[in-house]
Structures are given as C-alpha cells and as structure tokens.
Design a protein. Structure first.
Length: 272
C-alpha cells in the first residue's frame, strides 16, 4: 500500500488548472516527494510473486511537481542550476564523488556509491550499488542492491502514463559499459548484461544454445546475455534486427564474480 496521501489523486483530477500559486497543492506534492526522497515510498517494486507493482500515486506526485513548484536557483559549489526540481541533499551513508548529481525525490541507500553520474527524480538505488562514471538512472528507474552500473550505462526514465512500469534492475545484476536499458525493460536478479547491449520492452531474447525464446524485454535471472542480431527477410532484403543472446544461465546459488563473467564473455569472442 502506498504511503502517499490520497490528496494527490484529487489534485491529479484538476491538474490542468494548477500553478505554483496553489500553496495547498504544493504542500501535498512536497510531502509526497519527501517520502520518495527518504525511501519511505517508492515508484515501483517487485512483489513476492515476481511481478512489478507500480505506485501510480507516486508517479502522479512527480508529474504534479512540474505544475506546482516554482522555478528556483540552486547550486553545488561553483555550479548553478535553474529548475523546478531542486537537487537532493540527503545522502546518509552514501559515497558521492564530485560530479555526481541526484535530484530531490530520488532515493540512494546507505552503502551505495555515486561516481560522476545522474540519478533522476523517482529513481531508486539500492545498498551496495555502484553507479559508475557517466551512468544515468532515469526518472523512476529502480535499481536493486549490489548492482554494478558500469560507465556510460543509460537506464531510461518512464513517467507517463502513470501506470507504466519503469526500468527495473534487480539485486546483484551487472550492466556492462554503455548498455542502454529503456522502455520499462527488466534485468532480473543476478543477470549479467554484456557491454554495449540494448534492451527495450520489445527486444527479443534468445537462448544461444537451444534457440528457445525468453519473454521479450527481460534478461532472465542469473543469465549472462550479450547484444546480438537475428536475420529477418524483408522485400528489400535480409537485415539483422537487434536482439539479446543468452550465453549461459548460472545454477541456483552459483556466484558469478567479475573475473568469471569476463571469462564467459571471452569464450564467445566478446570483450567484457
């Protein structure tokens, strides 16, 4: 159950007429985003059955903030910003390297590390997770514990419609350098995504050994997956359409450290 006030739903119904002059509305929205900022509420989570549950009210609060918050100037050192959404100021137990930016309404758990990177409003970063240099956690993207987002990774943001599931990266996942995970795609627990891979909600995912197809837009649990292409014939010729190939799936309880991951990728002629 969401902890965000039902007043957000009432404001949503009359959102077209809201402005920064509506002080009562702004108070409700600020309280909602404070809950997101402290981790007491979150945009989405994975339930006991493995399904993604979206808190539509949380998304509505974020969207309403662009209606009721005034443009203000904020700063960090010598850098100045002019925006409706201020920067995050609470980083309890988080290592924040100079150049890292997180917006208010995002949550970063104690033990996480932010290299020069960007975490957008509604984003969630779990304990022990490394957001490496130039990586982006888009609006409402949910990243679990002990995840490694390598340099230049882009997790897309999903704000509208409010019921749409955001990008989910579950615990213990590894996302290789310059990967793009967008459109509410999902990387399940312990999965490893090779460098440069692109995963969207419609990306087809195949087992490289059997040719069996997994659910679209998802890297299976404990899978080692890399970007690939699948030939499809069109009137104009044969073209390689992007897909993911699952090279192997770890056994339950098998730990796949980074060195072992690199070895598995090199086996198939892929740079880690």
């Amino acid at each position: 159950m969401t902890r965000i006030s039902t007043l957000v739903d009432e404001l949503w119904e009359r959102r077209a007429g809201l402005t920064p002059a509506d002080e009562d509305a702004r108070k409700v929205v600020v309280e909602a985003l404070d809950l997101l900022d402290t981790g007491e509420a979150r945009v989405a989570d994975v339930d006991a059955a493995g399904g993604v549950v979206v808190d539509e009210r949380a998304k509505r609060a974020i969207l309403l903030s662009f209606k009721v918050l005034p443009m203000t100037e904020s700063g960090a050192g010598d850098f100045y910003y002019h925006d409706r959404m201020p920067l995050k100021t609470r980083f309890d137990g988080v290592r924040v390297v100079p150049g890292a930016i997180a917006r208010w309404g995002s949550y970063v758990a104690p033990g996480a590390v932010l290299m020069p990177s960007f975490v957008n409003v509604g984003g969630w970063v779990g304990s022990g997770t490394l957001v490496d240099t130039w990586a982006t956690v888009g609006s409402c993207a949910q990243v679990g514990a002990n995840v490694h987002l390598s340099g230049g990774v882009g997790l897309g943001g999903v704000l509208e419609p409010p019921q749409a599931a955001p990008v989910i990266v579950e615990d213990d996942a590894f996302i290789g350098s310059r990967c793009m995970v967008v459109e509410g795609a999902r990387v399940r627990r312990g999965a490893k995504l090779g460098a440069g891979s692109i995963l969207t909600s419609s990306t087809r995912v195949f087992d490289a050994q059997s040719g069996a197809e997994y659910p679209r837009g998802e890297v299976p649990e404990r899978a080692v997956a890399v970007g690939s292409t699948r030939v499809r014939s069109f009137p104009g010729g044969d073209f390689g359409l992007p897909c993911l190939a699952v090279l192997r799936v770890l056994e339950p309880g098998e730990v796949h450290d980074k060195l072992a991951l690199n070895e598995a990728l090199r086996e198939h002629g892929i740079a880690p």
